[in-house]
Every structure is written in C-alpha cells, then in structure tokens.
Design a binder for this molecule. Structure first.
Ligand SMILES: [Zn+2]
Ligand SMILES: [Zn+2]
Length: 270
C-alpha cells in the first residue's frame, strides 16, 4: 500500500494551530510514504483574513527544507503550498512559485474579485446557481492564467458555501460544459486534480470533487491525481483514504501521483 497525503496545513496557515512536528509524528505512525505540507497563500482577499493567510516564505521554506532533510530516511516530506489563485494573480503566482524550491503547488479558488467565497458578501446578490456558475467560470479563467501549479484543489467545493438553504448541493447538469472545459484545459496543460476528503468532515457525504467528476477527468484522458485530507489538525491526516483507493480501483485507476521539485512520478498504490 502506497500511502501519501498531499494536502496538509500546519500553523504556518492562518486557520491551523497544528505543529509540524505533530504532523510528522502522526504521518509516521500511519506509515505514510509521503506528505505534502501545503500551507495557505491567499493574496488580495480584501478582508480581515488578508495578512493571516499570506505565507511567510522566508520562514516556511527554510523550516521545510530542514525537516525534509532530517526525515529523509523516514518519510518523504514535500515542500508544498496551496495558492489561492484569482484570475488577476497569475503572473504573481508564477513569480512566487518559480523563485522558491517547491515540490508541489495546489491551485485553489477561495476568492473571486477579492471577495472570499465563504463570505456573505459573495452570495448577497446571487442565487445558489449564479454563485456556483460564477465559481466554475472563475476556475476556468484561473487555470488559463498561469502554468506553474501542479493540481487543481477541491474542484467543486463551492457547495460548502452559500448561506442558509444554499449549501450542500450542486446540480451538475447545469455546469457540464464548463466543467468539461476545465478538465480538458487541465489535461492539456498536464495538470492534475486532487481528491480532497474534507468533504466528508464537512458533512457533505462526498469528496471534493464528486466521484463522477473524477471519473470524467480520467475518461477525458487525465492521469494525474493526488489525495489530500486538507487536514488542519494532525488527527485528520489520511482520513477516509481507504474509501478513495477503493473508488479509484472501481474506475480502474491504479496510480497516484508523487511530486518532487514540481516533477511528476506515478506510484502504484496497491
Ligand atoms: Zn482550500
Ligand atoms: Zn487546504
């Protein structure tokens, strides 16, 4: 069994208090082969969260390089980042990613036009469908805006937000065309998607993205997939991963992806 968790937050992220040492300890207990630490870098969110979510790379990178070297014989630690992309930030993102020794970068949409999508302000003038459509259109715009990321994060997690009575459901038939365009663009660019298991913890009873979307990615010719817990506490590392492996096997996928210095390698997981 080749276990790796490619979406983990530490206390370098504004919304996590977890110590890197606890994360490494837990990952070793679970006998993971690899972990990617992927702390938040969200620029230009125009809110109170702004400074909390700007990653201090001058401290973060040296710390991870030190731990990567120290643990080399025990576990493969990947230097990652979850970049909160917005369509006007493509060039800035490229610059940051190229100038640091990242192994792996998740491209996630958390904000649109400088407004966080978990805020009432985003949903104020929109129906659920309008908010969801705008989000998917923005995903497409963002992945066209730069090239240096590794995978698209939690592709359909917009269902998590939207205020009272608007959460938890997406009628995918409304967005089939946009989603196909997103997946084709990712495939053309040699980019992957993740299966993010936090959807279960947020009581959505599914992963992000939903299984049919993952299957569609492979049907269209995609091959690059990582699995991430999106843990903000070490106890959540690798949660619900066996269900993911079972699902991947059921659609005849045998390999997950591993990244080192942004280069992909495929690992047979069972
Ligand atoms: Zn995220
Ligand atoms: Zn995350």
């Amino acid at each position: 069994m080749y276990l790796s968790d490619y979406h983990i937050h530490s206390n370098f992220s504004g919304d996590s208090v977890e110590d890197l040492e606890n994360i490494i300890k837990r990952a070793k207990e679970l006998e993971l082969k690899e972990i990617a630490i992927t702390d938040h870098m969200d620029l230009d969110t125009g809110s109170i969260y702004d400074s909390n979510f700007i990653l201090d790379l001058n401290k973060y990178i040296p710390k991870l390089l030190e731990l990567k070297e120290r643990e080399r014989k025990n576990i493969d630690i990947k230097i990652g980042m979850e970049f909160g992309i917005q369509s006007h930030l493509g060039m800035e993102a490229e610059k940051i990613i190229k100038n640091h020794p990242f192994d792996f970068v998740i491209s996630s949409i958390h904000s649109i036009n400088k407004i966080l999508i978990d805020q009432k302000e985003y949903w104020r003038d929109k129906t659920k469908e309008e908010g969801q459509e705008k989000y998917f259109l923005e995903v497409l715009k963002c992945i066209k805006s730069y090239d240096t990321f590794s995978i698209q994060g939690h592709l359909d997690f917009i269902s998590r937000y939207g205020g009272e009575g608007k959460k938890g459901f997406i009628d995918y038939t409304k967005y089939d065309d946009i989603i196909d365009e997103i997946l084709k663009e990712l495939i053309d660019k040699g980019k992957g998607i993740e299966i993010n298991t936090s959807g279960i913890r947020y009581l959505e009873n599914r992963f992000y993205p939903c299984n049919s979307l993952v299957k569609r990615y492979f049907d269209l010719g995609g091959e690059i997939i990582t699995i991430g817990s999106d843990s903000h506490k070490s106890i959540d590392i690798c949660k619900n991963f066996s269900e993911v492996y079972d699902f991947l096997e059921s659609i005849n996928v045998k390999y997950i992806s591993s990244f080192e210095k942004m280069k992909i390698e495929f690992k047979k997981f069972r």
